[in-house]
Design a protein around this ligand. Sequence first.
Ligand code: ATR
Length: 298
Amino acid sequence: MSNTAFDNPFTRIPDGHTRLIGVIGHPVSHTLSPALHNPALAWLGLNMRYLAFHVHPAQLETAVRGFAAIGMVGFNATVPHKEALLPLMDWLDPLAQRIGAVNTVSIDPDGTLRGYNTDAYGFIDALQETDTLPQPLDLSSSSVLVLGAGGAARGVVVGLLEAGARQIAVANRTPARAEQLIADLRPCYPQANLTPLPLEADQLPLESCDLLVNTTLLGLQGEEIQVVEMPRLPTTALVYDIVYTPKETPLLRAAKQQGLVTLNGLGMLIHQGSRAFELWTGQKMPVAAVRERLLGLL
Ligand code: ATR
């Protein structure tokens, strides 16, 4: 029998040296992360596997202690575990603390759990990769409007502030949540101009918006975001929706029809994964190859 299949890194059978990484969620079966990480691990010839684990919230601590006990390299977390992981960490990256959520855990050989948040970096890395803008986006002088004030918005706003954005409005259906998000972050970024707003058309500063980011759940099921009156946006505005399924939300479709540059969440997914990959393996993820493969899957 030929050994070709066993020599191929994509089909190599795990052995006694194989190290494990994973993602936990509830639910988790929709995740694209194994499709992102396993080819990258194989391309680099790393004897590691990335698996998805369905972990019920009531079992989170047991699962995490178990991961440390069996010597896993680390894991990602998705809904609803990102906030609940915070108190379980032995060490927290300051950015994860500021965002109030952990999406990446690295486990030291002695079992020490280190919590990070790579979503904020992923969001910014993807934004900085955009080369189709009529003019480069200088965040320090841009006016940014973020729709939504949930967990995802926190990562986005911290990412923007860390990247130098100084003018950010956060508009949310429940205005108190936008106010809370800003009250939490203002002391960390005293030089930034942060404004909470209700999610109402006449309250949104669309005419002066250089970057519009949707972090709400609107669009996931094909809903339009009525309050974003597209013709009011400048022709140079960039419209960024952080979801990647569907690839084109009604918001992005309307922006494209208006001739605006758009960005979906695929780049953010890849780059948050790439930052985590580097934490676990010490190596750069082959991002271009990973993107090509994911585009084929979506
Ligand atoms: P995530 O972690 O994805 O941000 P979340 O914390 O549940 O999830 O936040 C969801 C965001 O989508 C919130 O900003 C939410 O607005 P509220 O804070 O008012 O709930 C927003 N959202 C969800 N459904 C919405 C809808 N039908 N219209 C407007 N905003 C909506």
